[in-house]
Every structure is written in structure tokens, then in C-alpha cells.
Design a protein around this ligand. Structure first.
Ligand SMILES: [Zn+2]
Length: 490
């Protein structure tokens, strides 16, 4: 069975059939660049990047568009606060956003259009809507969309216009024919954020921006349109109304909506003082922990960030790298090279089935967990050529699928060094001190002074350092308690 997606348009998990069997076109609403990006933006960018990567992994050609909204009330307000021009502010924020995405290892989209670069196209689009009778100039000189003329308006958010009417607040846009109509072009004169148009100086409304950028790059009809659940109404509903009014055909065929981000089960907001910027989160936790946290949830549910979630993520990541290191050592010891095996067919299928099931990332994480467990079980057994082949095929599978998720790809030694340095610094300890203790214990053991040796082991364990004795050497790792402390004391 192929990919199935929960489509907001039908309310069902639909079989995904792209209009071209080899080529998928996808658009996701990007950020409004008035401030630094936060974890919510990280979550959305990571999710749609993974969707695109997986579709490519399945062999499709993909064009993925994610826009920057650089013309907006919030940008104008903040720019005037800061005493810069709106476009200067958005230039700056776009640069920060690109840096943030790089630090999260999110690949750039194929197209990252900015509204300010599409003004002539937006004007032409509105003119077309006007010719078709869907747009009109209101009494205040701004241009509005005639919602009532679009008979299937409300099909995405499942509401009908008569009910909508009472929900619409009495706003200042008195120039409208009907309170449900929305602005396509707002006539006003903010310096640096307005352009000349047949209707006077002004700027586009928010909804028309996405419709124009999407259709300019992907065409009038494309496969997947994504965004946060909070965008279903009015933003996406209005995008559909405009686009289908103009083209007469179907706009996006599948509408995918992700849940929102919460911090300790609360909405993230500046007023609640739980606002986490991408920059701070990457510095404090690293991109892999942020990803582990996201992968614990299905994209449609709200994704919660909490210290407990980060701890769980760290514990799993630590154990993942422990297995990665063990495999590297095992392969070196037995002179094995990973290229010599095909991807493990059983787990390959399990991975694809999980992803095909509406990008079910928690299920994918269970599959990866099982792969790592199988590798450990093989390495626990007596060496045989058959076991080695099995291990290599699991290794080959991980090489194929981990880059989609962008986890577990670092050198294990580098990962451990970073985590251990952080922990030792937190406890005011050093690597040299731990090594000294281990050597002292070794000496006690050589002297058959086992009580003293055990005392050192216990002392280290109480500090979170757990010793591992093998035939020829003693190494160490952090205890679960230490990992927890590392997160909680952040
Ligand atoms: Zn949009």
C-alpha cells in the first residue's frame, strides 16, 4: 500500500495519488518575518522537510516551496518600533531564519519566495479576479474578495457562510459590501512597505500572497498544501476561494495540517514567559534532541516540549550512539565493511509502512529502536558469517533512513565528548580526574584490594559516572540519573 495522508479537505486518511505519478508539488506556509523564529517554526520546518525527504526517498521528484511573508502588519509595527524600514527588518530576520534552519539541519526548500518580490504578479492576479467578478473596489478604496459568490466557500473548515456572518467581528473596514469579504489589496501609504497599483498605493492582503506565490511556482493546481492547524481558517479557506475562483479548477489536492507547539502543555507565548527561540534551544539541547522531542508525537497532534521530553530524548539518543559506537568497533574487529550488504528488507518495509501511514514518526522511532536492539542482539551472539551479514544489512538500512530524520549521523565519539564535557562542567569535574580515579581503582584491583576498588566505583556512580569493565580496559558512561540532571539543571 502506498502513502496515506490525513486530508483536511475530506476529513479522512486518503490514499495519496499525485497528479503526476513521478512528480510531487508541495507548498507550506512559512514564517512571517517580524521577529526571531521560535521552536514552533522549528517544528514545522523540520516536519515538512522530512516529508519532502521521504517522498524523494520513495523515488518521486519533488518541488517544495516554503515562503517568507515579508509584508505584514506585524512587520510594519515592529520596524517602526525599532526605527528601521520594514524590508530592512525582514531582510535581517530572513537571514537569522536561514541560520536557524542550518543549525537544525533543515534543508532549504527548493523555492523560498518572498512576498515583496511578487508584487506585480499579485496585482495582475487581483485584476484577473476583478475581471471575473470576484473582486471589487470598496468604498474605502481597498480591494475585497466577494466571498458569497464562491459557492463552496467554507469547504476546508466546514462552515457555511450564513453561520460565519455572526462570527465576524465588526471591523474598521467599512468599505466592504459584505462583512464576510476579505481584503486583497489594502490601500495605505506606509513608507517602505507599500507599492503603486491601479487602486492607488498600498499592499497585498495576507491570503492573496500565498495563492500567488504557490501558483506562480507550482501552477494553478498542485498536490500538497501544508501549514499549522491555526491556518485552516481563515487563511487557507481564503487561499482556496481566491485560487479556485481565478482558475476554475482545484487548488491544492491534499491539505495537511500540523498541530501546534506547547511548552509544558501550555501555548508558547511571550506573555507566559515560556517563549523558546530556535537559537536558545539549539544551544541548550542541540538539534538532535529537538528532533527526538518532535518525533515522539504524530504531526497532527500538538507537540509538547518539556524537560521530561528532552530527558527521554537524551536517554534514547545516548543509547543510540552507544549502539552506533559498538557497531563501529565490532566491524573494525571483524574486518567488515558496510557496503557489502543490502538494506535489511524486513525493517526497510516496516519503516516505509510507518512513514506511509500518514508520516507516523512515533511508529518510525519504534522501528529504529528495534533495529538498534537487533544489532545489539547480534553482537551479543557468537560471531558467524551469517550474523555478520545480518548486522551489515541493518547497518545499511540505517544509512538509508537516518539521513531522512537527521539523527544519529554524528561520529559517536564526538557526541559522547560533547555530552560528557557538558556534564563534567556542570559537576565541576574534569576528564583527567575521572581517568585518575579509574587508574587508581585499577591499581587497587591489581593489588587485590577489592574493597577499595569497589569504593571508587561507587563513588563515581554516585556522581553519575558509570564504569564499564571489558577484558582489556575500563571505560565509562553517564548514568540515567546523570542524563536527567543534565537536562533538569539546564
Ligand atoms: Zn500561507
Amino acid at each position: 500500500m502506498g502513502l496515506r495522508l490525513t486530508n483536511t479537505l475530506t476529513g479522512c486518511k486518503d490514499e495519496f495519488v499525485p497528479s503526476d505519478p513521478q512528480y510531487i508539488k508541495m507548498y507550506a506556509c512559512g514564517v512571517t518575518v517580524y521577529d526571531k523564529c521560535h521552536l514552533g517554526h522549528a517544528m514545522q520546518a523540520i516536519l515538512y522537510d522530512i516529508f519532502a525527504r521521504y517522498l524523494r526517498f520513495k523515488g518521486y521528484k519533488v518541488t517544495y516551496v516554503r515562503n517568507f511573508t515579508d509584508v505584514d502588519d506585524k512587520i510594519i509595527a515592529r520596524a517602526s518600533q525599532l526605527g528601521v524600514s520594514p524590508l530592512e527588518l525582514s531582510d535581517q530576520m530572513i537571514e537569522i531564519s536561514r541560520r536557524d534552519m542550518l543549525s537544525l539541519k533543515v534543508k532549504p526548500a527548493d523555492f523560498e519566495p518572498r512576498v515583496s518580490e511578487y508584487i506585480p504578479q499579485i496585482i495582475a492576479y487581483i485584476q484577473d479576479l476583478m475581471t471575473k467578478g470576484f473582486a471589487y473596489v470598496g468604498q474605502d478604496g481597498s480591494v475585497y474578495f466577494r466571498v458569497r459568490l464562491k459557492e463552496d466557500y467554507g469547504k476546508l473548515s466546514r462552515q457555511n457562510i450564513s453561520e460565519l456572518r455572526c462570527g465576524v467581528r465588526k471591523d474598521v473596514e467599512t468599505g466592504k459590501e459584505d462583512p464576510v469579504d476579505f481584503a486583497l489589496w489594502k490601500v495605505e501609504e506606509t513608507p517602505g512597505a507599500t507599492w503603486d497599483s491601479p487602486w492607488g498605493r498600498g499592499r497585498p492582503g495576507w491570503h492573496i500572497e500565498c495563492s500567488v506565490m504557490a501558483s506562480e511556482i507550482l501552477g494553478d493546481s498542485f498536490d500538497i498544501h501544508g501549514g499549522g492547524r491555526d491556518l485552516v481558517f481563515p487563511h487557507h479557506e481564503n487561499e482556496i476561494a481566491q485560487s479556485e475562483a481565478k482558475s476554475g479548477g482545484t487548488y491544492a489536492r491534499y491539505w495537511v495540517h500540523n498541530g501546534l507547539l506547547t511548552v509544558n502543555r501550555q501555548k508558547m507565548s511571550k506573555s507566559l514567559n515560556n517563549f523558546i527561540s530556535i537559537e536558545d534551544a539549539v544551544r541548550d539541547y542541540g538539534y538532535e534532541l529537538i528532533r527526538f522531542n518532535i518525533y515522539q508525537y504524530h504531526y497532527q497532534s500538538n507537540i509538547d516540549f518539556s524537560a521530561q521530553g528532552f530527558f527521554l530524548g537524551l536517554s534514547r539518543l545516548y543509547s543510540m550512539y552507544r549502539t552506533r559506537q559498538r557497531v563501529i568497533d565490532y566491524m573494525a574487529r571483524h574486518d567488515l565493511t558496510p557496503q557489502s550488504a543490502n538494506s535489511h528488507p524486513g525493517f526497510h518495509q516496516a519503516f516505509c509502512e510507518a512513514m506511509d501511514d500518514d508520516f507516523n514518526l512515533p511508529r518510525v522511532m519504534v522501528v529504529i529502536q528495534s533495529v538498534l536492539q537487533s544489532q545489539n542482539e547480534i553482537m551479543d551472539k557468537k560471531f558467524s558469517a551469517q550474523n555478520a551479514m545480518e548486522l551489515l544489512s541493518l547497518e545499511s538500512l540505517l544509512h538509508n533512513i537516518l539521513p531522512i530524520l537527521e539523527i544519529g549521523l554524528r561520529e559517536p565519539q564526538e557526541f559522547f565528548h560533547e555530552i560528557h564535557s557538558r556534564y563534567l562542567a556542570l559537576k565541576s569535574l574534569t576528564f583527567a580526574w575521572v581517568t585518575e580515579k579509574i587508574e587508581l581503582r585499577m591499581k587497587h584491583r591489581t593489588d587485590k584490594n577489592f574493597a577499595m576498588a569497589d569504593q571508587i566505583r561507587d563513588e563515581l556512580l554516585a556522581l553519575g559516572v558509570s564504569l564499564l569493565d571489558s577484558r582489556d580496559k575500563t571505560s565509562w558512561e553517564l548514568s540515567e540519573k546523570a542524563l536527567e540532571e543534565l537536562i533538569l539543571l539546564k
